[in-house]
Design a protein around this ligand. Structure first.
Ligand code: SF4
Ligand code: SF4
Ligand code: SF4
Length: 264
C-alpha cells in the first residue's frame, strides 16, 4: 500500500471513530473556484487522476457491462470530454457502491485502479447542497408520487406492466440484477408521500454507516435539511433520487476542498 493510500485509510478510520465533524454554509460551497471541477465528468469508482484516466481508458466498456445498476455510460461524440470514455451522469443514475466494485475489477487498462476496490479508497467527488430552497424537507412539502415514479425510468429490468403500474414483482431472468433494482425501488417506495422527505439521507449507499456521509439536521419548526459529511465519496445516488434536484456532485473534489473547517 502506498503512503497516500495509507493516509486515506487512516483518514477514513479517524472519521469512522469521530463521527460527523462539521458542515459548511451553502454560500461557502458555491464559489467560483469549483466551477471548473463542476464541468468535469463524474468518473466511475477507482478512476485514477483525470489526466491519466484520459490516457488510460481504452473505451472498452467492460466496466459498463458489469455494472448491475446500469450506472456507467460511455461518452458520445457530443460529450464533454473523451469520446468513448466511461462516466456517470448521477441525475440519471447514481453509483450504488457495490461491495466488490465489479466495475473496477473489470477494467483491463488500469484506468480504474484495482488497488482501490474497497470503500475506503473510492473517492469520486463530493456532494453539495446546491439548491437548499427547493428541499422538500426544508419547505415542508410531502414527497410527490412523481418523484418516486421518475426513478422507475432509470431501471431497465422492469416489465411493461411493472413500469406502468409502479408495482414491482420478482422476475426469473438475471435474478441478481433484477433483485438489486427492485430492492432499490422498494426502499425508495417507503418514501412515497412521506411528510418530511429524508430520501437522500436514507438511501445513501455509503457503507457500513451512511450517517458518516450524509444526515438530516433540524433547522426550525420540524423542518430539516440534509448535511453532507466527511465520508461522502460523491457516488451521486442522492443526486439521482432527490425529488427536487437539491444536490450536486463536484467530481474529483474532496470534503476538505469544499467544506471549511473554520465554520464547524
Ligand atoms: S460500484 Fe457498482 S453501481 Fe457503482 S459504478 Fe461500479 S458496478 Fe456500477
Ligand atoms: S432528497 Fe434530501 S435534499 Fe432532496 S428534497 Fe428530500 S430531503 Fe431534500
Ligand atoms: S451523500 Fe451519500 S449518496 Fe450522496 S454522494 Fe455522498 S456518499 Fe453518495
Amino acid at each position: 500500500m502506498t503512503p497516500e493510500e495509507k493516509k486515506r485509510r487512516k483518514f477514513i478510520q479517524q472519521i469512522s471513530g469521530l463521527g460527523v465533524l462539521g458542515l459548511a454554509t451553502v454560500g461557502g460551497i458555491l464559489g467560483g473556484p469549483y466551477l471548473k471541477a463542476a464541468d468535469l465528468r463524474l468518473r466511475p469508482p477507482g478512476a485514477i487522476p483525470e489526466d491519466e484516466f484520459i490516457g488510460l481508458c481504452i473505451k472498452c466498456g467492460q466496466c459498463l457491462q458489469v455494472c448491475p445498476y446500469d450506472t456507467i455510460k460511455l461518452e458520445d461524440i457530443d460529450g464533454k470530454a473523451g469520446v468513448g470514455m466511461a462516466y456517470i451522469e448521477p441525475r440519471e443514475r447514481g453509483c450504488y457502491l457495490c461491495k466488490a466494485f465489479p466495475c473496477i475489477l473489470a477494467c483491463p487498462s488500469g484506468a480504474l485502479d484495482h488497488e482501490h476496490d474497497s470503500i475506503e479508497f473510492v473517492h469520486m467527488g463530493i456532494a453539495i447542497i446546491h439548491n437548499p430552497d427547493a428541499c422538500l424537507a426544508k419547505i415542508g412539502e410531502p414527497v410527490p408520487d412523481s418523484a418516486i415514479n421518475r426513478i422507475y425510468d432509470h431501471t431497465k429490468v422492469l416489465t411493461d406492466e411493472e413500469y406502468e403500474s409502479h408495482k414491482v414483482t420478482i422476475r426469473s431472468d438475471d435474478p441478481e440484477k433484477v433483485e438489486l433494482h427492485k430492492t432499490l425501488l422498494k426502499k425508495l417506495e417507503q418514501h412515497r408521500g412521506e411528510k418530511i422527505c429524508t430520501i437522500c439521507a436514507d438511501m445513501c449507499p455509503f457503507h457500513p454507516d451512511n450517517s458518516l456521509a450524509i444526515g438530516m439536521i433540524n433547522i426550525k419548526d420540524g423542518r430539516m435539511l440534509p448535511e453532507i459529511r466527511e465520508a461522502c465519496n460523491g457516488c451521486g445516488a442522492c443526486v439521482e433520487l432527490c425529488p427536487t434536484d437539491v444536490i450536486k456532485v463536484i467530481p474529483r473534489k474532496s470534503y476538505s476542498d469544499i467544506y471549511s473547517r473554520k465554520e464547524v
